[in-house]
Design a binder for this molecule. Sequence first.
Ligand SMILES: O=P(O)(O)OC[C@H]1O[C@](O)(CO)[C@@H](O)[C@@H]1O
Length: 526
Amino acid sequence: MSTPKVTTQNGDWAEVVDKLVAEKIASRIAAKDATIWGPDAESEASIRLGWVDLHDTSRPLLAEIEALQADLRSEGLDRIVLSGMGGSSLAPEVITRTAGVELVVLDSTDPSVIKRALDGDLSKTVIVVSSKSGGTVETDSHRRTFAKAFTDAGIDAASRIVVVTDPGSPFEKLSADEGYRKTFLADPNVGGRYSALTAFGLVPSGLAGADIAELLDQAAEAAPALQADSTDNPALWLGAVLAASAGRDKAIITADGSDIVGFPDWAEQLIAESTGKNGTGVLPVAVEVTAPELRSEAADLTNALLAEKATSGVPTALTSGSLGGQFLLWEVATAVAGYLLGINPFDQPDVESAKKAARGLLDAQPEPEAAAFTDGAVEVRATEGLLDGVDSLQGAVDALLGKLDPKGYVAVMAYLDSERDADLIAIRPALAAKTDRPVTFGWGPRFLHSTGQYHKGGHPEGVFLQITGAHPTDVEIPDRPFTFGTLISAQAAGDAGVIAERGRPVLRLHLTDVASGVQQLLSLFK
Ligand SMILES: O=P(O)(O)OC[C@H]1O[C@](O)(CO)[C@@H](O)[C@@H]1O
């Protein structure tokens, strides 16, 4: 095991850290002092600080998870599918990938993703449906679809559904009414993105075979250093680099040489939803190790790297240590960053707007907006005025990039299949190299529960490239008046509408043939 370490470079945060030590911020967080973030945040903070001691309070769960896993294995059930969005799936994804055990993570509404999950061996499958609120449309739709698929296959569906939710949520009742195999009630005093070490992180990871006791041990070992009012506390330094590097409101995050797999995507949600609000915050940009941003010297960047060496001259925090320790380190650092930024790090006020817009579209089922023009396999639509005088895909992309401020960023929002359409990821570094600006890449609707908050609530300086695709095969959602294809289209259109309402440029590209559309897009950058 190794305790978390943070080394800083290219800046001096000693004064900020001294102030944090003098104000006893670390020990006050550990003591669950809800007053730290000011009177407006106090009531939310008073029910959101349960994460500080999960390495102790989650212990009783271990035996329960182990017992269920043993039962499932004895019945030959070893394919674990996890349905969950944002905080209900990002941590288990990192935990299981780092442990090298198989977990099918379902955090999409793309029909092709759903179909692939359903096409796996249902005779060996258990689905863990994780939702804190119990009302998230994606997870509700997955649950309905899997229940029917089990029944159609002659399998007792209730025996294959495991639920993780908050006590008192509508999902707890539904699970009891349906007689689902087991319901794990999570600590309600922990928000989704801080829930890595609650039942949300531990149940799917443990059932998939990860060593979750070790994870809690790692966090327990890290905790004393992270709770100390000391200039040696690594979380104070990471929080200071993220939030107190003047004018630097974009944090490039990568993991180079770390044995933790996929950590930047988890950190991205934690930072984006916690800080991106009230027109301020830190934009987390999760990138590959060869990303152009890592060599940029731009005046608005910091780097937060799970790595040993800085990659450029911008203010940098280098972090290392075990996964359990890193979870706690970044959570404390984000709470510290929230304090330094003067925001409430425990709410996500702008996520609801996109959900509401999608619901409205599902209810109204309006005729789709006509395309401004079609170029090859790509239908092109955009916010008003953006396409004036433009009649080619290249022209449309150039017009969007023409709106980029010197301090702006590009957000690629791909409502596609992350496995089938993985080639598209190459557009991220290509755009970063072309624009010399940071570029976020999110698969929809997954990113709506992560950077989606920042895009709508953070600094209003993004330009948005939305990519959707045709669905040659759609998947029904039992007892719902819409299919997965309709749902993902409404989520994309709803989100684009909300971003446009906030005055930001959005270019919407719909691929009528996804495979050739992806290649057509990538060819723009060759
Ligand atoms: O667990 P739930 O309630 O389904 O929510 C999933 C995710 O949606 C959000 O509430 C909002 O995006 C996240 O904060 C959360 O992690």
